[in-house]
Design a binder for this molecule. Structure first.
Ligand code: ZN
Length: 307
């Protein structure tokens, strides 16, 4: 076996949910990835940053204040984000910072669409009309074209929350693939009894914000468990957040990337993970979609029904 073949691929996905994450988190991560010599797939929220609205909503949920204290949400997100879309007007995310967005692809990373209005999608998707769902995806896609001069090849639904309508619109956009759900391996979703042509490359590993104060004592313990999981899983995909690992937890991510390299784990864009999976020649499995819980995350997420 060659040295390259011995390296294990780890899909590296970066979600950008807020204006602050785009403005400060993305440049910080680009520097960090350059230093570590790794590439990933950045999913950019394009439109208004209404993060504050959701933070106000979750404040009413039982148990949330305790988790916020433990994880230091105000430290992670910053006061301006907590107020964005509530006491202060919503700022645009990638549309306000197109030069930062273009730096992503100029430095050899993959870029895709995460959202038009992340919070609206996350909080309201089941109540949106088909036209509203199409408008959310269509506006985000057009914003991507305005910034990059070409259509996106990949989408990732906000909060791993999609439905059959969003899958069908993505199918119509003829993407290379999407990353709309949690799961254990790349697959083809089945909608209305038919497999779609757009593969899903799911996030397979937990995220730091889910782990902190919930399943792990600290970021170091979390990333140690990710090293073990990435060493044993077949097609692991890790999602980091520009606001979190591109902010107060950057040193933990830097250390993780160093140790991953020492263990022969090579982070890569999700498109490369899918290409490697396809190169095995084994057809992708097909699964119907459903919803299920993830430890440390409120509510349920989109996932394949593997039984
Ligand atoms: Zn997100």
């Amino acid at each position: 076996m060659t040295a390259t073949a011995a390296m294990r691929l780890l899909g590296l996905r970066i979600d950008v949910d807020t204006h602050e994450g785009m403005k400060r988190g993305v440049p910080a991560l680009l520097d960090l990835f350059h230093e570590a010599g790794v590439k990933g797939t950045f999913y950019l929220s394009m439109g208004p940053d209404n993060a504050g609205k959701a933070i106000f909503n979750v404040l009413r949920r039982p148990g949330f204040l305790g988790k916020m204290r433990r994880t230091g949400a105000a430290r992670v997100y910053g006061l301006r984000t907590v107020l964005s879309g509530t006491l202060l007007p919503a700022r645009m995310i990638a549309l306000a910072l197109p030069d930062v967005a273009r730096r992503v692809t100029a430095e050899g990373h993959e870029a895709g669409v995460h959202a038009w209005d992340h919070r609206r999608w996350q909080d309201k998707l089941p109540r949106l009309s088909p036209n509203q769902v199409a408008a959310q995806l269509g506006r985000a896609r057009q914003a991507f074209i305005d910034i990059f001069g070409q259509p996106p090849r990949t989408f990732a639904a906000p909060a791993w929350f999609g439905d059959e309508r969003s899958l069908q619109i993505e199918e119509w956009y003829a993407l290379g693939y999407a990353s709309d759900c949690r799961g254990v391996e790349p697959f083809l979703p089945v909608v209305g009894g038919k497999a779609l042509a757009t593969p899903q490359v799911p996030t397979t590993l937990p995220t730091l914000d889910e782990a902190l104060g919930d399943t792990h004592a600290d970021a170091r313990a979390f990333y140690d468990s990710i090293l073990d999981a990435a060493s044993s899983a077949a097609w692991p995909v890790l999602t980091v957040h520009a606001e979190i690992e591109g902010g107060p937890y950057a040193d933990d991510l830097r250390r993780f990337l160093r140790e991953a390299a020492a263990r022969g784990i090579r982070p890569a864009p999700l498109g490369e993970v899918l290409a490697a999976r396809r190169a095995t020649g084994v057809p992708l499995p097909r699964y119907r979609m459903g919803y299920g819980p993830v430890p440390g995350r409120h509510g349920t997420v989109f996932m394949p029904q593997r039984s």
